[in-house]
Design a protein around this ligand. Structure first.
Ligand SMILES: NC(=O)c1ccc[n+]([C@@H]2O[C@H](COP(=O)([O-])OP(=O)(O)OC[C@H]3O[C@@H](n4cnc5c(N)ncnc54)[C@H](OP(=O)(O)O)[C@@H]3O)[C@@H](O)[C@H]2O)c1
Length: 269
């Protein structure tokens, strides 16, 4: 199977489904894309905005597509797989992006061996700056991982991981954008707190966060090394950093990631 001439069917055209479709359209892939969503107005918008085909229902989509992507909420995944199971085969590929749903849960609901891949994207995928972790199910091979990678690379970076890492991935990059948004919000409020106008604070904070990330990436240096470069003895930065450490920022992140990972494990049971 080759991405350029395969049919991709997306079940669920919400936030993530739409991002995947947009990514595929902008990557000018030749793949034929079809969507179906339980919400009629969502299908209409996707058809109008992105000029893609809308199926009549999940079964029509699954019968026609070579690759089926499940982009519905986790609690809807098993009912949808039950609905389309008899239309899937070893020649198709089933991809799920549902948080906390292991491949074995999909495989259990399937009538026969179907290559299954689980993916954890994140919301910056909406602007093609996401990172997606990709894990193979029992009967998915290298060629299936390559296909999944080709599709999700249109949404940003991709990494291949063993499925056993997915709870950690969920805690770090799946939930990660929310932690970063909280940090940005806290920095903005703190700037306003010392008397800065909010528009100026927004420009300074956003450019500082984006530029610092890019500096770590482009220099390949450790964050600690870059931090040391801006920390002069007795200066302003060390005074600010000392407060963050005293108030337990590092501990808070450790606990947040552990807790999110634990919650992901519980949801997968
Ligand atoms: N958003 C994230 O940051 C993120 C990150 C990683 C993974 N994910 C995973 O991505 C999946 C989708 O999340 P989302 O944020 O895109 O959700 P969403 O915006 O709610 O989109 C899901 C869509 O599926 C539709 N739907 C419900 N039942 C359906 C059915 N039986 N057949 C076809 N479509 C159906 C929903 O319609 P109604 O609204 O009418 O129910 C909705 O339009 C979830 O499993 C989530 O765990 C999300």
């Amino acid at each position: 199977m080759d991405i350029a001439n395969c049919k991709i069917g997306i079940i669920g055209g919400g936030n993530m489904g739409r991002a995947i479709i947009k990514g595929l359209c902008t990557a000018s892939s030749k793949a034929e894309i079809t969507v179906w969503d339980a919400d009629e107005s969502c299908c209409k918008r996707l058809k109008e905005d992105l000029k893609i085909k809308v199926a009549q229902n999940n079964r029509e989509l699954a019968a026609d597509a070579d690759i089926i992507i499940l982009a519905v909420k986790p609690q809807i995944v098993t009912p949808v797989v039950n609905e389309i199971a008899d239309l899937l085969s070893a020649r198709k590929l089933l991809i799920s992006i549902a948080a906390g749903i292991p491949c074995r849960q999909l495989e259990k609901a399937l009538a026969q061996e179907v290559p299954t891949v689980r993916i954890m994207p994140n919301t910056p995928a909406l602007i093609n700056r996401g990172v997606s972790a990709i894990a193979a199910g029992r009967s998915a091979g290298k060629e299936h991982l390559a296909l999944a990678r080709a599709i999700f690379s249109s949404l940003g970076e991709t990494v291949i991981v063993p499925e056993s890492s997915m709870d950690m991935v969920t805690a770090v990059s799946g939930s990660g954008p929310a932690y970063v948004f909280l940090v940005i919000e806290a920095l903005l409020d703190a700037a306003v707190g010392i008397g800065m106008n909010r528009d100026l604070a927004r420009t300074l904070v956003l450019e500082t966060v984006a530029g610092s990330t890019e500096l770590v990436k482009q220099t390949g240096k450790q964050p600690m090394e870059l931090k040391d470069m801006v920390t002069s003895p007795g200066g302003t930065t060390i005074a600010g950093l000392a407060e963050l450490e005293k108030n337990g920022l590092r501990h808070a992140f450790n606990e947040a990631i552990k807790s999110a990972c634990q919650r992901s494990k519980e949801l997968g049971k």
